[in-house]
Design a protein around this ligand. Sequence first.
Ligand code: ADP
Length: 464
Amino acid sequence: MFQRLKARTTIMFLATTLVAIFLVSIIANITIFQKFNMYMEEEQEDKIKSIIELVEYAYSLDKQWNRRVLENIDVSPVINGFDIVIRDIRGDVIYNQDMTNSMMEMHRRMMGGMGHGMMDDTNTTDDYRTEIHKVFFNDKKIGTIEIGYEGPFMISEREVDFTKGINMSILYGALFSIAVAVIMGIYFSDILSKPIINITKASNKIRNGNLNIKLKEENKIIEFKELTYSINHLAKSLEEQNMFRKQLTSDISHELRTPLSILQSHTEALADGIWEPNIERMEVIRNEVYRLNKLVEQLKYVADIENHKFEITKESVNLSKLLMDIVENFRYQFVRSNVELKTDIDEEIYIMGDRDKLSQVFINIISNGLKFSKEGGFVYIELKDKKNYILVTIEDNGIGIPEEDIDYIFERFYRSEKSRNRKTGGSGVGLTIVKTIVEAHGGTIDVESKEGQGSKFMIKYYDR
Ligand code: ADP
């Protein structure tokens, strides 16, 4: 049971509070009683001073030691609790008052009671002290007074009650704080454990293949909020990947089936002698083999990217020339498809890069532009030196990309519903490869597109 987060946090909270309460009680107790002792010692000194003043005042009434003087001293409450011995100038005892009254006993009892852990100096009961002071009248010594008392000071019942009261308040305070700590511990551990329990439940669902989950992301604790967001994101991307992979299986089989059936029908017709072999038919066969090859090559690329086997070897590349050559190679296909190919390529722009892989970037984007263009449309290719970076823009006025698809077009095997319907072919990995190559060159690729109006791909290179 105590293995549960909720129980653990409650216990931890309680333990911390108990330690805090214990320390505060001890420190409060020690400091309060230190101050109390100091206060009481000062009080004692004041009392002794008052006794001396009393004796000197009593003497001043008749200016000699007589009965009236001694009676005055005897009835004064100032001397209560003290043993007093007064001697005249010759040293003869003229007054002796033993502390035999109940005060003495009471004092002993109280000091004993307080000794248990409450005061530092626990031996006060055995500490009988006597002080001898000279007594003066008009600056002339008239005798001595010996004051005896149980030290270090006398304690009245009120003072004992006061100390007991403080101890009880500390005790009640501690008990009350413990009760509050238990309640708050349970409450706080609930706050902490609830989101974790929810997240655990959600990840268990994900483990069991149920990816259709969405946790509430509102939480005041940032870490929980981020964790919930990550779990939601994880479930969503797993679901998307699942969907893409399922789609891929059907796409790939479709992609394979078309060229394979063309190859099969053509080769069978040729083998059976139904068709005479001629250049046109051989060209069809060659194109289909080329299509298959391209598909296998793309799949290998993706496998390499997934296995982190993707490497580039950089050299100085004349990007202007590279782009112009690619444009020339495409020209015939554009003419055939009745799509205009427009360019604005600045000359002599160099970057550090992998020539073959860079070619692949532009071939993929330009062939997409052509593939998704309408008849009579255009594809515009621009290369500019923007000082901080080199910018390649490839724009078309074709079918465009639906808003809901834009975030996914660089994902592996992603193809928009529209492009699938056009039967243009493709595996949905072209842009994944493009992005991987551009980023491996330290560059960036961005896309702007509007459905029905066209798309614009912008690639920035920083490494010249
Ligand atoms: P594909 O092999 O399907 O072309 P890509 O990775 O090259 O794969 O492209 C992914 C998807 O992005 C395409 O299926 C298409 O939906 C969309 N797309 C890419 N380029 C364009 C474009 N120029 N115009 C419209 N849609 C595009």
